[in-house]
Design a protein around this ligand. Structure first.
Ligand SMILES: Nc1ncnc2c1ncn2[C@@H]1O[C@H](COP(=O)(O)OP(=O)(O)OP(=O)(O)O)[C@@H](O)[C@H]1O
Ligand SMILES: [Mg+2]
Length: 330
């Protein structure tokens, strides 16, 4: 595109400069092409010889649709691309499993603390909120990362607000667990002081769990903030709202020390297709697009990795995804 400056590092240059790159994420406003870009990036990584998993943590899925292949519920080899597997995570199943786990812990705790009461009420209040579902999905994502069965992971993240909370969660978890551990330690010391029997340190599975949990979160945070291993890419269109969304996103990610891979501009109308005969409607769109492209290059200077054209159809099937991958990594 005409506005491209020599100072931008391309997607290809960026990825080639990070041989250890292992965790790749895509964020942006709804409908800008995150799933497509995640798919294209996964194809490109697989073509570079990395065993790659394309995973979706988005409760509203479209991986199977995009690939024209059922990849729901388990990692499935993608037909037509070697080294590539795709997995639409079963959100319902993940959440149910999380509920069972939390029930066990709460029931154990009530017994331990000698509290007579129904676990159901506690479980209800612990699980009946959107944060619970998000943290369940976050943990599921971390499980996949820790299993370490692939050389590279591309995550098609949920739209903005969710993804943002998803990652903020790791810091919140840390703070929360520290507080919990502190009060558990105090309670345990108190029990010891009050108890007549000189029974030293009782086994405390809840404490063990919290310590284990904090370790996991710490490890996840280490991976997610390592700029050799991790990169977040932001997808925008040459339009006001998607630009505003990723601007907020980028500022927020800077704050959390999460490595930003760069910006991808999608659905740009190719001016080469415009002739005298082109309808005024399209010409107007292109004039608008020019203004926003200028804004994008100013605002995200040095961060633009790729500019992709608006195709005349939606992007479906492996062949079209490969074409998109080659444009993304041109
Ligand atoms: N450059 C493009 N040209 C034409 N169609 C495109 C382009 N990029 C994406 N699309 C199409 O736009 C639609 C939205 O893309 P996609 O599903 O990747 O967006 P998304 O950001 O993941 O959306 P959501 O926020 O709902 O998850 C899809 O039908 C996709 O095929
Ligand atoms: Mg999507």
């Amino acid at each position: 595109m005409s506005t491209t400056t020599a100072t931008q590092q391309s997607m290809k240059e960026f990825v080639d400069s990070k041989p250890k790159l292992k965790y790749v994420f895509f964020g942006g406003k709804g409908g800008v092409g995150k799933t497509v870009m995640a798919g294209a990036a996964a194809v490109a990584m697989a073509e570079r010889g990395k065993r790659t998993l394309l995973a979706s943590t988005n409760p509203v899925h479209s991986l199977s649709g995009m690939l024209d292949q059922d990849v729901f519920g388990k990692a499935t080899a993608v037909e037509g691309v070697s080294n590539l597997w795709a997995h639409e995570i079963d959100t319902k199943d993940t959440i149910e499993r999380s509920k069972v786990e939390i029930r066990e812990k709460i029931e154990w705790f009530l017994k331990y603390a000698e509290i007579k009461g129904k676990a159901d009420e506690f479980i209800e209040s612990a699980t009946m909120n959107p944060a619970f579902e998000e943290s369940a999905m976050f943990e599921n994502m971390i499980d996949i990362m820790f299993k370490d069965e692939y050389d590279a992971y591309v995550f098609d993240t949920a739209p903005t607000a969710n993804a943002r909370r998803l990652l903020g969660m790791s810091s919140v978890y840390s703070m929360w667990v520290n507080k919990m551990m502190q009060s558990r330690q105090e309670a345990q010391a108190m029990r010891l002081r009050l108890s007549y029997s000189k029974k030293k340190e009782e086994k405390d599975p809840l404490m063990d769990y919290l310590i284990e949990f904090q370790k996991r979160m710490g490890r996840a945070k280490d991976l997610l903030t390592d700029d050799e291993l991790t990169a977040f890419f932001f997808v925008t269109l040459p339009e006001a709202l998607p630009i505003a969304v990723i601007t907020r996103f980028i500022n927020w990610f800077h704050e959390f020390g999460i490595p930003i891979g760069g910006v991808i501009v999608n659905m740009v109308i190719d001016k080469n297709n415009v002739t005298e005969a082109t309808a005024p409607f399209v010409r107007n769109r292109i004039a608008m697009q020019d203004e926003y492209m200028e804004e994008i290059y100013k605002q995200f200077d040095g961060m633009i990795r790729s500019v992709l054209p608006l195709f005349d159809t939606e992007i479906r099937g492996v062949d079209m995804l490969k074409r998109t991958a080659h444009l993304l990594f041109a």
